[in-house]
Design a protein around this ligand. Structure first.
Ligand code: ADP
Ligand code: ADP
Length: 226
């Protein structure tokens, strides 16, 4: 059974724009998948359909064999991480990371245990009581990652999460993402328009163009044809 399956998934927006057509993909648990392609090719729309922030116009989307088309985002085993971090500036790091669990109504003790564990995993213990607006881009990105991971998703969805970082930080966060993949067994779906990033991170690359899948292959076979 696959972690994620897209079966001829399509998206037509209300204004008539076809953003995605007949998208087929099967992802195994713990795989790291990159969606690669130029701006406007449908990467973000596909990611948002998986998260449930965008409705699916045609086809089927399954997670662990369960059809997700009509399941709202908060009931899907997914977390989405944005390039803009989307952190609450007035809340401490700890509260930002625990917010999703707070909303779910977890007890303070349960929440703190989970938050402490993920803060330690990402090396954020020392800044747990600070506010995000005083922190660096790399720290903020780690906080956003911690907030996505603390709810223990099966699938982590990342929309160009490294775009705002300088080259050194990008490399450091890339390494952390690979470690998280190995240690937590989470499935990663990662949107990027940078080929180097897709090559560095993913087990398989989905090359998209004008709403269609052009190629799905491991990094070493990218753009080579049989
Ligand atoms: P990418 O993430 O690859 O840059 P997007 O998924 O954002 O591409 O966009 C795919 C296509 O869908 C583009 O033509 C874009 O303009 C269009 N699009 C995205 N969001 C909307 C929307 N809410 N309404 C209409 N068209 C949209
Ligand atoms: P990206 O290319 O990084 O995905 P965009 O600049 O294409 O981002 O889109 C930013 C936001 O605007 C997204 O939420 C997208 O859904 C929306 N959007 C993009 N194109 C259109 C469009 N033609 N009509 C309405 N909304 C759009």
């Amino acid at each position: 059974i696959f972690d994620l399956e897209l079966k001829k998934v399509g998206k037509v927006f209300d204004n008539g724009t076809t953003a995605v057509s007949e998208f087929d993909l099967s992802v195994s648990k713990g795989e790291f998948i990159a969606f690669l392609g130029p701006s406007g090719c449908g990467k973000t729309t596909t990611l948002r359909m998986i998260a449930g922030f965008e409705s699916i116009s045609s086809g089927d989307m399954m997670i662990k064999g369960v059809r997700m088309n009509d399941v709202p985002p908060e009931h899907r085993p997914t977390s989405m991480i944005f390039q803009s971090y989307a952190l609450f500036p007035h809340m401490t790091v700890r509260r930002n990371v625990g917010y999703g669990l707070e909303v779910k109504g977890l007890s303070d003790a349960d929440r703190n245990a989970k938050v402490d564990r993920i803060l330690a995993t990402l090396g954020l213990e020392d800044i747990a009581d600070r506010k995000p607006d005083k922190l660096s881009g790399g720290q903020r990105q780690r906080i956003a990652l911690a907030r996505g991971l603390v709810v223990e998703p099966d699938i982590l969805l990342l929309d160009e999460p490294l775009g705002a970082l300088d080259a050194n930080l990008r490399k450091a966060i890339q390494n952390e993402l690979k470690l998280l993949q190995k240690n937590l067994g989470v499935t990663f779906i990662f949107v990027t328009h940078a080929q180097s990033e897709a090559l560095a991170l993913s087990d398989r690359i989905v090359v998209m163009n004008q709403g269609r899948v052009e190629q799905i292959s491991p990094p070493h076979q990218l753009y080579t044809r049989p």
